[in-house]
Design a protein around this ligand. Structure first.
Ligand code: PBG
Ligand code: ZN
Length: 322
C-alpha cells in the first residue's frame, strides 16, 4: 500500500519534502511617493499602505531595509498632470527625485521604476489620447523619454506597464543608444484589463477620466494571447516577463513559465491585497495563513519574482519561523 501520509508525519519531514519555498529575495515591495513635505497619507482601500512625501519616506525605507527586502517598485504621483504627462519625463519630476533619494540613502536597494503615463496624464490613460482613441505609436517616444530619465536618475530596472505595442523594443533601443545597455527591462507582458486594480487607482490617482483600458490591456478571457504577449516582449528584448494580476491568472503563470526560460514575475495587485486585508480585519480569515498560501501558490505555478504589498509582513513572518 502506498502510504502518502509517511511524508506528512512531522514538521521536519514535511520541510524535507516541501517542493516550494518563499524567501525574502523573491519579493518586490511597491511604494507610492507624492510631492510636498511632511506627508504620510493612508490609502483608505489598502490598509497598511501609505503615500509618502520624500522626506517622510526615510522611515519607511528603514523598515524596508531592516525587513531584508531587497527590491522596491516605485510609483511617483505628480501634483501637476497634463495631456502629455510631461512630469513623467521631467528630470526633476517626483519619481526621478524619489529614485535619487533612495539611491543616495540605500545604494544596494534595487529600484524598479514603473513606466506608464496614467499617473501623469490629466485624462488618466496610459498613452496619448486623440478624441477617445488611445494612440499607440505616438506614445512610444514619451515612454522612451520617461524610461531614459528614470534610468538616468538611477533606476536599476525599467518596468513598462502601459501595454502599448512595440514599447519594449522601443525602450530597449533608447536605453542602449544612451549608454544604459545594462539597465534591466521587466515587462508587464500579460497585463489584463482587470477589476483588481481599483484600489491602486486611489493610491496612484490614476483612474481613467473616460472609458476604460480595454483597448490596450488584455481581455481577461485570453490565455493563448497572454503567451503571445510574453513571446513578443522577449523577442523585443525583455529580460523578465510579468503576469498581472496573480491569483486569477495562475494558469497563465504556469503556461508561460513552462514555455519560456525567462524569469517570470507576478504582480499580486492592489485588489487582491485589499480583499485579504478586509477579510482579515473582520476576523473571517487568518491573514498570515492566507497570504502565505497565496504566495506559495504563485511560486508553485512558476513565478520566481513576486511583487506584493504584503512583502514587509511576509518578511516578518519568515523571520519568526527561523
Ligand atoms: C499603471 C499601473 C497599474 C498598476 C500597476 N501599474 C494600474 C492600471 O493599469 O490601471 C496596478 C497595480 C495594482 O493594482 O496593484 N499602468
Ligand atoms: Zn498606466
Amino acid at each position: 500500500m502506498v502510504r502518502m501520509r509517511r511524508l506528512r508525519v512531522n514538521e521536519a519531514v514535511r520541510n524535507l519534502v516541501r517542493e516550494t519555498n518563499v524567501c525574502k529575495t523573491d519579493l518586490v515591495y511597491p511604494v507610492f511617493i507624492i510631492e510636498g513635505e511632511n506627508k504620510k497619507i493612508p490609502v483608505e482601500s489598502m490598509p497598511g499602505i501609505y503615500q509618502y512625501s520624500i522626506d517622510c519616506f526615510e522611515e519607511e525605507l528603514e523598515r524596508i531595509l531592516k525587513a531584508g527586502i531587497q527590491a522596491v517598485l516605485i510609483f511617483g504621483i505628480p501634483a501637476h498632470k497634463d495631456e502629455q504627462g510631461s512630469e513623467a519625463y521631467n528630470e526633476e519630476g517626483i519619481t526621478q527625485r524619489a529614485i535619487r533619494f533612495i539611491k543616495r540613502k540605500a545604494p544596494h536597494l534595487l529600484v524598479i521604476a514603473d513606466v506608464c503615463l496614467c499617473e501623469y496624464t490629466s485624462h488618466g490613460h496610459c498613452g496619448l489620447v486623440c478624441g477617445h482613441e488611445i494612440l499607440n505609436d505616438e506614445t512610444l517616444p514619451l515612454l522612451g523619454k520617461m524610461s531614459l530619465s528614470l534610468a538616468n536618475a538611477g533606476a536599476d530596472v525599467i518596468a513598462p506597464s502601459d501595454m502599448m505595442d512595440g514599447r519594449v523594443g522601443y525602450i530597449r533601443g533608447v536605453l542602449d543608444e544612451n549608454g544604459f545597455k545594462n539597465t534591466i527591462l521587466m515587462a508587464y507582458s500579460a497585463k489584463f484589463a482587470s477589476g483588481y486594480y481599483s484600489p491602486f487607482r486611489e493610491a496612484a490617482d490614476s483612474a481613467p477620466a473616460f472609458g476604460d483600458r480595454r483597448t490596450y490591456q488584455m481581455d481577461v478571457a485570453n490565455g493563448k494571447e497572454a503567451v503571445r504577449e510574453c513571446e513578443n516582449d522577449i523577442a523585443e528584448g525583455a529580460d523578465i516577463i510579468m503576469v498581472k494580476p496573480a491569483l486569477a491568472y495562475l494558469d497563465v503563470v504556469k503556461e508561460v513559465s513552462k514555455r519560456s526560460n525567462y524569469p517570470v514575475a507576478v504582480y499580486n495587485v492592489s485588489g487582491e491585497y485589499s480583499m485579504v486585508k478586509a477579510a482579515a480585519q473582520n476576523g473571517w480569515i487568518d491573514e498570515k495563513r492566507i497570504v502565505m498560501e497565496n504566495i506559495i501558490a504563485m511560486k508553485r505555478a512558476g513565478a520566481k519574482i513576486i511583487i506584493t504589498y504584503h512583502a514587509l509582513a511576509i518578511a516578518g513572518w519568515l523571520d519568526e519561523s527561523v
